[in-house]
Design a protein around this ligand. Structure first.
Ligand code: NI
Length: 203
């Protein structure tokens, strides 16, 4: 088991496009993926791209746990998944916005335009070509992770930076939740835990 150090925003590795993996079945890729999963489990997080742990290769590890899925999302939990050389194809004409956080940008969250429906193609660790469709916050998570591989962090995708906030001052998020938006329960907890909420939004 190895818990890896995570690069933070500003580190050049995060802004450098990652290289394609020549052999998804190579033992060092399996080892990398196992260490990335260990790192995510240690933090209790959902997704990581290899360049966030200083390996500039096109590998993403993620999961969707039930407690992170908004009600009526139309999809269920996704077990730990390793994606090698993932490629996303949007299935929509218009983006929607989703609240996101990033292990490389601790303490902040923001609302980011993403395609609500995508197709994603990748190779698995046993060398199979996998293709599947993803929707909603699942789709947004996959776009977030694949963006890392291209050197993009979520604030670089935001079109309204007034929606970028500290986790302990989640004003725009609290307004969005109060307006009835369906949000990831992790973000709802930020709102619930915000001592300033009654002052600014009422009970
Ligand atoms: Ni991230």
């Amino acid at each position: 088991m190895a818990v890896l150090r995570i690069a933070k925003m500003g580190n050049p590795i995060l802004h450098t496009p990652a290289a394609p993996v020549a052999d998804p079945m190579a033992p060092e890729i399996a080892k990398l993926a196992a260490d990335m999963r260990d790192t995510l489990e240690d933090i209790g997080a959902s997704g990581l791209a290899a360049n966030q742990v200083f390996v500039s290769q096109r590998v993403v590890v993620y999961r969707m746990i039930a407690s992170r899925i908004p009600d009526d999302s139309g999809f269920g939990p996704v077990p730990w998944t390793v994606m090698v050389n993932p490629v996303i194809t949007p299935l929509d004409k218009e983006k929607q916005t989703y609240w996101e956080r990033c292990l490389s940008i601790p303490g902040l969250h923001g609302k980011v335009p993403r395609w609500p429906n995508i197709k994603i193609a990748y190779q698995s660790l046993d060398g199979n070509n996998i293709e599947q469709e993803a929707i909603g916050t699942w789709s947004a998570l996959l776009q977030h992770e694949c963006d890392h591989l291209d050197g993009y962090l979520y604030p670089m995708r935001m079109t309204d930076l007034s929606l970028l906030s500290y986790n302990d001052e989640p004003g725009p998020l609290a307004e969005d939740a109060a307006a009835g938006s369906k949000i990831d329960p992790l973000f709802q907890r930020l709102v619930d835990d915000w001592p300033g909420r009654p002052r600014w939004l009422g009970d």
